[in-house]
Design a protein around this ligand. Structure first.
Ligand SMILES: NC(=O)c1ccc[n+]([C@@H]2O[C@H](COP(=O)([O-])OP(=O)(O)OC[C@H]3O[C@@H](n4cnc5c(N)ncnc54)[C@H](OP(=O)(O)O)[C@@H]3O)[C@@H](O)[C@H]2O)c1
Length: 242
């Protein structure tokens, strides 16, 4: 691997949802470069295969699994596959997400609201639910939820996205309480504006506009904390208060 990160994740199995492009893809590559075996999940097979091929090309270990996180059967199959293929799961990054334009609550499309909640919140709940037994078998682990400042502050004409991410932040804290005694920590990572397919990047005075790779150091930090390290916390890469 060209960019070994001290093998800090050597021997670890990591599942990253939404690893076909954007932030999830960068985290999958970053974890593999740090020595983890990674399972890349998303709906578009060609994109997750591309991520896997890039990791293997660098000498890393990766597998792909096509799954829609809003479908419980897909999620169950994903975690069964990942546990078998990786030999165990230590880290789960709940990154898959959509930001479908909804508009004003008064006039927005209810279907867009449903789709957003189904992927960003229900999908994260399904993944956590399916992952927990595997993490417990390892005696501990990390769940990292990819949140948003919009889930803390609210933003007009983005009710679906804001509410999905607010729910995800609450899920993070509830899971942290439920899993603390099992040495499983659950923390939120807020990337702030990142140039990806999802984000046209709003130009906000003084904000840091990132590439997906800029999110990787924080994702590595959260994956490598002590087993009685931080949990129920939110870590933001933004320059404004979230
Ligand atoms: N970009 C930003 O500025 C920003 C800021 C704050 C938070 N975030 C959060 O960061 C995460 C990643 O966003 P991104 O900017 O990297 O977006 P992106 O480039 O659009 O990537 C999203 C990934 O999620 C996958 N995905 C979407 N719906 C899915 C589903 N139902 N099942 C499985 N996979 C699904 C996509 O693959 P398929 O479509 O092939 O399934 C893709 O791999 C999201 O949770 C987002 O809310 C992004």
């Amino acid at each position: 691997m060209p960019e070994q990160l001290g093998n800090t994740l050597s021997g670890k199995g990591a599942v990253i949802t939404g690893a076909g492009r954007g932030i999830g893809r960068a985290i999958a590559l970053g974890y593999a470069r740090a020595g983890a075996s990674v399972c890349c999940a998303a709906r578009t097979e060609s994109e997750i295969e591309e991520t896997v091929q890039e990791i293997r090309g660098e000498g890393g270990t990766a597998v792909a699994f096509r799954a829609d996180v809003s479908e419980w059967a897909d999620v169950q199959a994903l975690f069964e596959f990942a546990e078998t293929e990786l030999g165990g799961i230590d880290i789960v990054v709940l990154n898959a997400g959509v930001n479908v334009d909804h508009g004003l609550v008064e006039s927005g499309d209810p279907a867009a609201w449903e789709d957003t909640i189904r992927t960003n919140l229900l999908g994260a709940y399904y993944c956590a639910r399916a992952a927990i037994p595997a993490l417990k078998k390892r005696g501990g682990g990390k769940i990292i939820t990819i949140g948003s400042g919009m889930g803390h502050r609210g933003f007009a004409e983005s009710s679906a996205y804001c509410c999905s991410k607010a729910g995800l932040w609450m899920l993070t804290r509830v899971l942290a309480q439920e899993l603390r005694q099992h040495n499983i920590s659950v923390n939120e990572l807020i990337p702030g504006p990142v140039q990806t397919d999802m984000d046209a990047v709003l130009h906000i005075e003084g904000e840091w506009f990132k590439s997906p790779e800029d999110v990787v150091p924080m994702a590595l930090f959260l994956a490598t904390q002590h087993h009685v390290g931080p949990t129920a916390q939110s870590y933001s890469l933004m320059r404004r208060d979230t």
